[in-house]
Ligand binder design. Structure first.
Ligand code: G1P
Length: 298
C-alpha cells in the first residue's frame, strides 16, 4: 500500500524578531516585504507547490497580521471588482487557494523546540513538515526541496529529514550544524546524521552544514521534545530534540539544498537586505531598471 503523503505544515512564527528592531517593534518579521510579497506568503506558496494543504501557525503576541493576510477580504475584493481593477484582483488570488489555516499560540517564549511542541495536540499522530516562517527557499520561493524531503522520508522510512545548506565557517554560530555520518547512505541526495549541534563555535562545529529552516518529522519528535531540557540561550531547542532522536537510534537524514534553491534568511538585517535586493532585481516589471539604477549608484 503506498504511504499516505504529508499535507500538514507547522509554521512557527512566534519569535519576537529582536534582531530586526525597530522594524519588528509592532510588525511580525514574517510580514516584512521581500520584493512584492511578505515573507510568510512565499513560505506558504513554496509549501503549497510541494503538496502541503494544511498550515498550522504557531503564533505569539503581535502576530495577528499573519492571520489577516491569509484571510479573504471580501470588502477589498468587492471594491476592486467594482472599480474594474482586475490586475490588482489577481494579486489577491492567493486568498482563494484551497488551503486550510490553523492557528495556535505559544503562550510562553521558551524557544523553537517548545513552539513545535505547542503544535502536538493539533498534529496528533501523523508526520508533518516544519517550516520556519522567516526563511524563503529559492528565488521567489521556487523550491521543491520539501517535496523531495517528503519522498526521502517515506522511501527511507526515516524519523526526520532536514534541509541543510553549507555556510561560511564564521556563520556556524547562527545555526544548527550537522555531523554527517560519512558512511555511504545509498542515495547521493541524502546523508545520514550522526549528530547535530545548535549554534556551535567554529572550533566545535562538526561541519559547515547548517539547518536550512525546513524539516520533515515523524510524530516521535514530540516524545523527544517533551524530554528536552533548556539548552543554548536557556531555550528548548529543536536541535537538541533531534540529537536525542539520533541517539535513540532514529533515522535522521540530511538533504543539501542545491545552489538554485538557496535559502534567504530574514532573521537579521544583513541577510534581509540581500534577500530584498535579489528579489527586487528579479522582479519581472521593475528588475531591469533597478539593476541599472544600482549600477549607476556604484
Ligand atoms: C533556528 C534553529 C537553528 C536553525 C535556524 C534556521 O535558529 O534553532 O537550528 O539552523 O533556526 O533558520 P534561530 O534562527 O531561531 O535562532
Amino acid at each position: 500500500m503506498p504511504e499516505a503523503t504529508i499535507d500538514l505544515a507547522v509554521v512557527p512564527v512566534a519569535g519576537r524578531g529582536t534582531r530586526l528592531l525597530p522594524l519588528t517593534k509592532s510588525q511580525p518579521k514574517e510580514m516584512l516585504p521581500v520584493g512584492r510579497k511578505p515573507v510568510v506568503q512565499y513560505v506558504v506558496e513554496e509549501l503549497a507547490r510541494c503538496g502541503l494543504r494544511r498550515f498550522l501557525f504557531v503564533t505569539g503576541p503581535g502576530k495577528t497580521a499573519i492571520e489577516n493576510h491569509f484571510d479573504i477580504d471580501a470588502e477589498l475584493v468587492e471594491s476592486l471588482r467594482e472599480s474594474g481593477k482586475e490586475e490588482l484582483l489577481r494579486e489577491l488570488a492567493f486568498e482563494r487557494a484551497e488551503l486550510d489555516y490553523f492557528y495556535t499560540r505559544q503562550r510562553r517564549q521558551l524557544g523553537l523546540g517548545h513552539a513545535i511542541l505547542c503544535s502536538a495536540p493539533a498534529v496528533g499522530n501523523e508526520p508533518f513538515v516544519a517550516a520556519l516562517g522567516d526563511s524563503i527557499i529559492g528565488i521567489h520561493a521556487q523550491s521543491q526541496i520539501v517535496r523531495r524531503m517528503i519522498e526521502a522520508f517515506h522511501a527511507r522510512q526515516a524519523d526526520a529529514v532536514i534541509a541543510f545548506e553549507a555556510v561560511p565557517p564564521e556563520d556556524v554560530v547562527h545555526y544548527g550544524i550537522a555531523q554527517p555520518d560519512r558512511s555511504p547512505s545509498g542515495d547521493e541526495n541524502v546523508f545520514r546524521l550522526a549528530g547535530i549541534v545548535e549554534k556551535p563555535s567554529p572550533a566545535e562545529a562538526p561541519s559547515n552544514l547548517a539547518v536550512a529552516a525546513r524539516y520533515v518529522f515523524s510524530p516521535v519528535i514530540f516524545d523527544h521534545l517533551r524530554e528536552t531540557e533548556p539548552g543554548k540561550g536557556g531555550e528548548i531547542q529543536l536541535t537538541d530534540a533531534i540529537q536525542r532522536l539520533i541517539q535513540s537510534g532514529g533515522t535522521v537524514l540530511g538533504m543539501p539544498l542545491p545552489p538554485a534553491e538557496r535559502r534567504f534568511d530574514i532573521g537579521n538585517f544583513e541577510s534581509y537586505f540581500k534577500a530584498f535586493l535579489e528579489f527586487a532585481f528579479a522582479d519581472p516589471e521593475y528588475g531591469g531598471q533597478l539593476r541599472r539604477l544600482a549600477k549607476g549608484l556604484l
